[in-house]
Design a protein around this ligand. Structure first.
Ligand SMILES: Nc1nc2c(ncn2[C@@H]2O[C@H](COP(=O)(O)OP(=O)(O)OP(=O)(O)O)[C@@H](O)[C@H]2O)c(=O)[nH]1
Ligand SMILES: [Mg+2]
Length: 324
């Protein structure tokens, strides 16, 4: 691929990302976060060099111990000779918020290790979708040569389902005494779990939580070589269960190897559809509709002077008449 960017003495950002330069990686992820045009250009340039990392999604309610466990997993993977990148999606705060600081403090044991790169991302301010920003940050880490990329994300909403969908494996974390949580999770994230982790196993009721997940799983059929999600008990603060978890991840990886291509193709489809929808709406707003016209359409729909179908038909007609 030729590089049409302005010539500078330094190699272009994409080159430096591919060389694994941590400052370039940090810069690249910032561009993606800012939805900068350079971010899209960067993704274009690095994309051919991605697809090598194994993407591990870790999700669970706030405070279940995700960061503590991820910290342990980093050490475990490092011990197995892997380099590790982490994208931790911060639940609430803007970029300088407390939880990010918490993640930094907890994971700082790895700061001196060149084989580890950790980055927090804010949940807010992603006009084009948090899942895409996270997915693209993971691509950057992948391109920079990290073998394993862990994506930590909070909660059970659609954003998390989408984020986890971009990973190769989804780990859902629970803590003891969350029978209700198991119920609540059923609806969304439970069905995308490839591994369950019951963390804080030092606490009362861990076995009951395991049993309620078992009960839920027993309602499903796992015939035809379908993967049955294992339930791993961990005590992240003490580092207990991390080896078992890493082993379970490796087992899943081996189990899914024959269909890895399909999973990645599904991910590509999701990405393209999502990006297309986003870009199309952006195009309509910037180039098809006049100033304030979108709002006027909404007013007219609300006043029942027109309806959503008519409006969309009108917008589509004009989009086709006035191509880029
Ligand atoms: N007792 C006990 N406490 C734990 C365990 N693992 C983590 N914790 C504690 O739980 C608290 C939350 O841990 P974090 O790792 O920050 O949890 P998190 O899920 O990353 O939190 P958010 O990112 O804010 O959602 C911390 O005080 C940890 O020390 C465990 O196995 N047992
Ligand atoms: Mg955390």
């Amino acid at each position: 691929m030729t590089d049409s960017a302005t010539t500078t003495t330094r190699p272009p950002l994409s080159e430096r990302v591919l060389q694994g330069d941590p400052r370039a990686v940090a810069r690249a992820i910032s561009l993606i976060e800012d939805e900068a045009a350079e971010g899209a250009e960067l993704v274009r340039r690095i994309f051919p060099s991605t697809g090598r990392a194994y993407l591990v999604g870790v999700t669970g309610a706030p405070g279940t111990g995700k960061s503590t466990l991820v910290d342990r997993l980093i050490a475990e993977f490092r011990g197995r000779g892997r380099s590790v990148g982490v994208v931790a999606v911060d639940p609430t705060s803007p970029f300088s918020g407390g939880a990010i600081l918490g993640d930094r403090v907890r994971m700082q044991t790895h700061f001196a290790d060149a084989g580890v790169f950790i980055r927090s991302m804010a949940t807010r301010g992603h006009l084009g979708g948090l899942a895409r920003a996270t997915g693209e940050a993971a691509l950057v880490l992948d391109a920079s040569g990290k073998d394993t990329v862990i994506i930590e994300t909070v909660g059970v909403g659609q954003d998390e389902v989408d984020i986890v969908r971009t990973a190769d494996i989804s780990i859902v974390m629970l803590v003891p005494g969350t029978g209700d949580q198991v119920q609540a999770l059923k609806a969304g994230i439970m069905e995308i779990a490839d591994i369950f982790v019951v963390n804080k196993a030092d606490r009362e009721g861990a076995d009951r939580t395991v049993a309620s997940i078992e009960a839920m799983l027993s309602l499903e059929s796992f015939g035809d070589g379908r993967w049955r999600p294992p339930i791993v008990k961990t005590e992240a603060t003490a580092g207990k269960g991390t080896t078992e978890l890493a082993d379970a991840i490796e087992r899943f990886r081996a189990h899914m190897a024959p269909v890895q291509g399909e999973r990645r193709r599904a991910r590509a489809e999701w990405r393209v559809r999502e990006l297309l929808a986003h870009r199309f709406v952006q195009h309509v707003q910037e180039r098809v509709l006049g100033e304030g016209e979108f709002d006027r359409f909404l007013d007219r729909i609300a006043a029942r002077e027109t309806d959503p179908y008519t409006v969309v038909d009108e917008i589509l007609r004009r989009s086709i008449q006035r191509p880029r």
